[in-house]
Design a binder for this molecule. Structure first.
Ligand code: ZN
Length: 247
């Protein structure tokens, strides 16, 4: 099975379309979506429409999806994120708000190899960012390959006798990495709509279960177009600025 993996699209339709255009030239069978379809950028309905139309094999909710659907008061969000969440909740049409409200909490086991979650397998809102959280994620994962998002930075971790090991990606935030049978891995494909590794290109993942490969790919997209939408919508300008620098 070859999975296309999308995470943290964040209402950035320009980035999503660029990813889907290039992914059309890559053989993939099924789609996995790791949550945060909305928040930050200005096209929540277009993004949710597009994701719904593709009928993902598996999808989980992210913290921004919960906020937009009205589950969370977004109290733990910073001011800019909260403003974007409130704008998003008002902009979503009823069907799309219901769709976001219906998304399940992760983790979800996809097949014998893979499970997906938004933040971490033990807590959908946790960030897998340091040795302690990486160890926690390995402990909580129920499949050899746990795919997560939320940090907006593509990474691939394995384990040796001493603990977690960073295996990629390199160079330049992209690359293909091999899995070994009997080992366990954590994989983040990076963010489609708001990358934070200082590279503004959209980031997405591919997993080939037969060949035991995971891959992170990067795609340039018209950042100025996404920025213009953000400014026209009256969203905070910092949300437009950060797209240009990938932060
Ligand atoms: Zn996110």
């Amino acid at each position: 099975m070859r999975y296309l993996v999308l995470s943290d699209i964040h209402s950035n339709i320009d980035a999503l379309e660029a990813v889907l255009d290039t992914a059309a030239n890559v053989p993939w069978d099924r789609l996995l979506v790791l949550g945060d379809l909305v928040g930050y950028c200005a096209e929540p309905n277009a993004v949710v429409d597009r994701v719904r139309a593709m009928a993902p094999e598996a999808i989980v909710r992210g913290n921004h999806d919960k906020a937009a659907a009205g589950f969370d008061a977004a109290e733990d969000f910073n001011l800019v994120a909260r403003q974007a969440a409130e704008w998003t909740a008002a902009a979503l049409n009823r069907e799309n708000r219901q769709y976001l409200a219906s998304l399940p909490r992760g983790p979800i086991a996809v097949d014998p190899l893979i499970e997906i979650c938004h933040g971490a397998p033990g807590d959908e809102d946790d960030y897998v960012v340091n040795e302690e959280s990486i160890r926690r994620a390995f402990m909580a994962s129920s499949r050899p390959l746990c795919i997560f998002g939320h940090t907006h930075i593509g990474v691939f971790y394995g384990e040796d006798e001493r603990g977690p090991v960073l295996l990629g990606p390199e160079p330049e935030g992209a690359g293909r990495m091999r899995m070994l049978a009997g080992r366990r891995y954590l994989f983040n494909p990076g963010s489609v709509g708001q990358p934070r590794d200082a590279d503004p290109r959209a980031s997405y993942g591919l997993v080939d279960t037969a060949r035991m490969l995971v891959e992170i790919r990067r795609v340039p997209y018209p950042v100025e177009r996404a920025q213009a939408r953000i400014l026209n919508a009256g969203l905070p300008t910092v949300l437009a600025d950060r797209l240009a620098v990938g932060r």
